[in-house]
Design a protein around this ligand. Structure first.
Ligand code: ATP
Ligand code: MG
Length: 576
């Protein structure tokens, strides 16, 4: 599998230019970290990773690879919860699939609980932390607002001895959940709310997925994050913009403790149109049954888009193209699909599949004759070669490729009209058979021109349409699942009055076609294999498929709306 390593070994010229990279280049020039580049990707194991995380993975692992540095995978598991092991496993699989290589440096913030406790004691001894008996609601009330300073806790000036004793007893489990906290003594009047004596530890008698019941006090994320970076010797701690206001607090802890100090750099979160990128909201979709699970192919999770047929290369190309910046914005979903198409166009073999079959009988074709027609596997890749596709007297074509009464500009098959069957023959429609009761079309009859073998007319005559087909006697059955956007509006985060984001769900995001007919070369196609169904789009064999019942997911349709938008708006082509 390919990884995030750049294509050449020549450093400093291969990665996409951006402001984070510029900071690293400058630090290398001034030898700020002795020439080291050490980043990390720090997910909280409270859900599955999504496309937004892919941007962060790409940035962190990509920069480390480019500069011959390292990138750790670290779970920020400060919040005990029952389901974390499932999330940890999925995150490990997903980071690896995107191409991140942590070279064995897999860490957990919970590995540092002992050290963090010792550092908390050190801060208490230095008069920089205190045990506070205010309830959570009171802490909030005392905190003040953006326009008003906070009020000091009545417990702020406890003696060091009393604080040490109480903190020790908090750890020993003497107090109930929520009854006390350990807080940093910073500045209740600070303009930055994060600096108003933030909570460092809370009491939580809860089982942790790694430390079990060893602890009943847990460090807050803000107290844990900077120290974890420090312990691991991270040089550039790259995170999203919402942590900008937390940086002074991280710096304060590191300075008070007098320990090694990484540089935090913030970049913009990825937002995609018609998509939600929030683990909390994605969890709601899973729990309330709006989707079949975290890996439902409509989900923007890594496991969802993998099952849908996206490739890691396409996701990486997309991440490179969007780059990073200092302001949050929104990226068109069609841009992501553009990169998926671009990649699959190069690698996906072409096959013929009929999603909604219509029977076609070629009356002048010999009853028992079968011809093996030569079909090109991938016009983009000569090395992919060709295959044989059986042709016989009874075929299936798409229902929409026939109109009994064709509208203007409809050039596909209709009574009396001649079209080309791809890699087959020219055929002309001679009749329509309908159900006597319902009037529904049951099959159509055609004649073929034997001189047009392979789909070429020796007399040079033209037809206006080429359609795909499969031989009825040789076709294999499949279920094909078509997907549309999960949400109907560009920004599903903005809930309508009195409702939540699920009000924007698209009721037609999934369409299941049970009766699709595929050319026989697809027999036994392995889960995860990707194809272009000619004229229809890219499709991927679903994970739940069996040799007895093939299931395909449509990865993306063929039409590239982004290319059209680009042309219409004359915007600059994205970097590739
Ligand atoms: P969510 O809101 O989905 O829960 P999070 O930021 O809480 O996301 P974490 O597990 O803490 O999720 O994220 C791990 C890393 O991925 C962090 O460095 C975070 O900044 C980054 N990240 C998360 N979401 C995005 C996004 N949409 N775009 C870019 N980076 C992201
Ligand atoms: Mg989070």
């Amino acid at each position: 599998m390919s990884t995030l390593k750049p294509e050449t070994t020549e450093t400093q010229t291969t990665g996409p230019s951006n402001f984070v990279r510029d900071i690293i280049l400058e630090d290398l020039k001034t030898n700020k970290y002795g020439g080291r580049v050490h980043t990390r990707f720090p997910p909280e194991p409270n859900g599955y990773l999504h496309i937004g995380h892919a941007k962060s993975i790409n940035l962190n692992f990509g920069l480390a690879a480019e500069f011959g540095g390292k990138c750790n995978l670290r779970f920020d598991d400060t919040n005990p919860s029952k389901e974390e092991t499932e999330y940890v496993d999925s995150i490990i699989e997903d980071v690896r699939w995107i191409g991140g290589d942590w070279e064995g440096r897999l860490f957990y913030a919970s590995d540092y609980f002992g050290q963090l406790y010792e550092w908390a004691v050190q801060l208490i001894k230095a008069g920089k932390a205190y045990v506070c008996d205010l309830t959570a609601a009171q802490v909030r009330e005392y905190r003040g607002t953006l326009t008003e300073p906070g009020k000091q806790s009545p417990w702020r000036n406890r003696s060091v001895e009393e604080n040490l004793d109480l903190f020790e007893r908090m750890k020993a489990g003497e107090f109930p959940d929520g009854s006390r906290t350990l807080r940093a003594k910073v500045d209740m009047a600070s303009a930055n709310l994060n600096m108003r004596d933030p909570v460092m530890y809370r009491i939580l008698h809860a089982e942790h997925h790694r430390t079990g019941d060893k602890w009943c006090i847990y460090p807050m994320y803000d107290y844990t994050h900077g120290e974890s970076d420090s312990i691991e010797g991270i040089t550039h701690s790259i995170c999203t913009l919402e942590f900008e206001d937390h940086r002074p607090l991280y710096d304060w802890y590191l300075d008070q403790l007098g320990i090694y100090h990484p540089q935090q750099i913030e970049f913009d979160r990825l937002n995609l149109t018609y998509t939600l990128l929030s683990k909390r909201k994605l969890l709601t979709l899973v729990q309330d049954g709006h989707v079949s699970g975290w890996n439902d192919p409509r989900m923007p999770t890594i496991s969802g888009v993998r099952r849908r047929g996206y490739t890691p290369e396409a996701i990486r190309n997309f991440c490179r193209a969007i780059g990073v910046s200092k302001t949050n914005g929104s990226i068109e979903l069609s841009l992501l699909e553009h990169y998926v198409r671009e990649d699959l166009n190069q690698r996906a073999p072409r096959v013929m599949a009929v999603l909604r079959p219509l029977r076609v009988v070629i009356d002048n074709y010999p009853q028992d004759q079968v011809e093996e027609m030569e079909a090109i596997n991938n016009p983009e890749d000569a090395s992919a070669g060709s295959r044989k596709v059986p042709f016989s007297r009874v075929l299936y074509i798409e229902q929409e490729d026939f109109r009994e009464d064709p509208p203007k500009h409809y050039f596909r098959l209709s009574p009396g009209r001649e079209v080309r069957l791809r890699y087959g023959y020219f055929i002309t429609c001679t009749g329509v058979v309908k159900d006597a009761k319902t009037g529904a079309i049951e099959e159509i009859h055609c004649t073929y021109d034997p001189a047009t073998h392979g789909g070429n007319a020796p007399d040079g005559r033209k037809v206006k349409s080429t359609i795909h087909w499969v031989s009825a006697a040789h076709a294999i059955d499949a279920e094909v699942r078509l997907y549309e956007n999960l949400f109907l509006v560009e920004n599903p985060n903005e809930a309508p009055e009195g409702k939540d984001f699920t009000a924007h769900l698209n009721p037609h995001s999934l369409e299941v076609l049970k009766g699709a007919k595929l050319e026989p070369s697809l027999r036994g196609a392995a889960p995860g294999s990707r194809y272009q169904f000619e004229r229809l789009g890219y499709f991927c064999v679903d994970a739940v498929t069996t040799p007895q019942s093939l299931v395909f997911n449509r990865t993306v349709a063929l039409r590239d709306t982004f290319a059209k938008i680009e042309k219409a708006q004359r915007v600059d082509a994205p970097r590739t």
